[in-house]
Design a protein. Structure first.
Length: 395
């Protein structure tokens, strides 16, 4: 009891403790910080495809052109006119045809750098359905040695696992080249992400300018009769309310402003930075088209003089963008499907039926036909055709 007074004094002097663990944290904001959109597949698809006309048109242009290319199936001896794999590609499933399936395949590959095709099998060796799965829902499951052993598809809180071991994997994984990833491809949207942000920001700036009646800002100057250059609080609030209700917005465009009491309106012209916005937007649009390999002339971007005419730009688009992509995808798809039948088959685009390459095809055929030192078999070899049988050769 003798020391009770010291104990009470010690408890009374105890310091207060804040309830929040973050109570001492001070928020500090700085202006002018660059804000970029997220770089994940879902966010890039929303900003670069769903919310950007250049990205949307670039993906649609490549996917539609590549999916419309005729495909041929052949082996070392013949080119097949009818084959179970050709029938499967013509009607891959009950909801899609060949063009729809391939357009979805190329679209997924361009948007995410990855594309997944599922083969639904029955009793026959050849699959009876093909489906393109969304790449943002699919993940690769690597084994102990780093090679994929399975694919996991997640949707609606449920996950389905596809076993990828063995020669007849139910999933065909097509991916673009990625220098820093062993399992996933690199999307053109990731390379164009900065240009997409700039293009979208310029569009938002233009929209804000239109909402302000497409006029540059100005200044209302007050000159009092007694030489005072400041308004009272009530006068200032009344002036702000009148400007906001009667002179802002597209519906008030061109409405005259009535000023009183020593008020004068002084319009301000566009600053040099404002005038450069349109050029910045066009430059960003060219960068987006460049990342996808689409000549800007084909999507209506003005000021691009890389190609002398539209026909030359279209031919370069097919030769440099569409055909390399379609050839690579068709070769991998054909190699995967041929494992189900056990045949050595090659699936590739039929270049003889591409209208954009008709001039090049005519010149090539003329050079081959005029080469008298080549046999018919060698000429067919140069044109990518299988050799004729002995009977057909005699005829």
């Amino acid at each position: 009891m003798a020391f009770e007074i010291f104990r009470r004094k010690s408890e009374a002097a105890a310091p207060e403790a804040k309830a929040s663990a973050a109570g001492r944290v001070v928020a500090w904001q700085t202006g002018g910080r660059v804000a970029w959109s997220p770089r994940d597949t879902v966010s890039l698809t929303k900003t670069g495809f769903s919310g950007n006309p250049v990205g949307f048109r670039s993906v649609k242009l490549i996917a539609e052109a590549a999916s419309a290319l005729p495909l041929v199936l052949q082996d070392a001896e013949q080119r097949f006119e009818s084959h179970p794999l050709l029938a499967l590609l013509r009607a891959p499933n009950g909801a899609q045809g060949r063009a729809e399936l391939l357009e979805a395949l190329y679209g997924q590959l361009l948007l995410s750098g990855n594309a997944y095709v599922e083969a639904v099998r029955g009793e026959d060796p050849v699959p009876y359905e093909l489906h393109v799965l969304r790449s943002d829902r699919m993940s690769v499951v690597p084994g102990a040695d780093g090679w994929p052993v399975a694919f996991q598809y997640a949707v609606g809180g449920r996950k389905h696992r596809f076993d990828a071991r063995g020669d007849q994997s139910p999933i065909c994984h097509l991916r673009s080249f990625h220098p820093q990833d062993d399992h996933y491809g690199f999307s053109p949207l990731q390379a164009a992400a900065m240009a997409i942000d700039v293009h979208n920001s310029a569009s938002r700036w233009s929209k804000a300018l239109l909402d302000n009646a497409a006029r540059p800002s100005g200044a209302i100057i007050y000159k009092g009769t007694d030489g005072q250059g400041s308004l009272s609080s009530d006068q200032y609030d009344r002036l702000v309310a009148e400007v906001e209700s009667n002179h802002q917005g597209a519906r008030n465009a061109g409405r005259p402003m009535l000023l009183e009491g020593g008020l004068d309106w002084k319009p301000m012209g566009f600053s040099p930075s404002d005038m450069e916005f349109q050029k910045t937007k066009e430059a960003a649009g060219r960068e987006i088209a460049l990342a996808f390999g689409v000549p800007p002339m084909l999507i209506g971007i003005q000021g691009d003089a890389t190609y002398s005419n539209y026909q030359e730009a279209n031919r370069a688009f097919y030769r440099l963008t569409v055909l390399p992509l379609a050839t690579r995808v068709a070769a991998q798809l054909g190699a995967w499907l041929s494992k189900f039948t056990g045949e050595d088959l090659v699936l590739k685009p039929d270049l003889d039926q591409v209208p954009a390459l008709s001039a090049e095809r005519d010149a090539q055929w003329k050079r081959v036909v005029d080469a008298d030192f080549l046999s018919d078999t060698e000429k067919r070899n140069l044109l990518g055709l299988p050799p004729l049988s002995e009977d057909l050769g005699d005829v």
